[in-house]
Design a protein around this ligand. Structure first.
Ligand code: FES
Length: 164
């Protein structure tokens, strides 16, 4: 029995017992969806921005997960972590940072964190610039059509943006 994996499982259980910010956000400024071609899971992240002290920052984030419990746990933590961050600050967060509260992810679960990072990047690409206070476009067609670039692809598992 591995203490590390037991601790990891218990942290995941705690996180999914009361997941934060789960669900669709009807008034989101940005939406990003990614899927893993390996496990078939998907994560969608919603961002709502606000102006604070002349700076455009994330007011709220929420997620939908069509995936495993680890992806739900990471997304729950990540959406809390994103509040108050600029697009540039959010975009610099790695999967490891987004899932830091769970501790190191077991090798088979690393892509679950990468899915959340991928969804975040897809959302930032869809609806924001790099922290410029100018308002982002709200045209839903523009959001849907701009999911293509910069999905993280690491190791054997490919995380891909999904239109929709
Ligand atoms: Fe695929 Fe967790 S097993 S997202």
């Amino acid at each position: 029995m591995s203490t590390d994996s037991t601790e990891f499982e218990s942290r995941v259980r705690d996180a999914i017992a009361n997941p934060q910010n789960m669900g669709e956000m009807a008034d989101a400024d940005a939406v990003g969806t990614v899927g893993s071609s390996d496990c078939g899971d998907m994560v969608r992240l919603f961002l709502k921005f606000t102006e604070k002290d002349g700076k455009r920052v994330i007011d709220r984030a929420s997620f939908q997960s069509f995936g495993c419990q680890t992806a739900v746990a990471v997304a729950s933590m990540a959406t809390e972590m994103l509040k108050g961050k600029s697009a540039a600050e959010a975009g610099s967060l790695s999967a490891e940072e987004l899932s830091a509260d769970l501790g190191a992810l077991p090798p088979m679960k690393i892509h679950c964190g990468q899915m959340v990072e991928g969804a975040l990047r897809a959302a930032l690409d869809s609806g924001t610039d790099d922290g410029d206070p100018a308002p982002a476009p709200r045209d839903p067609g523009a959001l849907a059509g701009s999911l293509a670039p910069s999905a993280p692809q690491t190791g054997k598992i490919k995380i891909v943006p999904i239109d929709g």
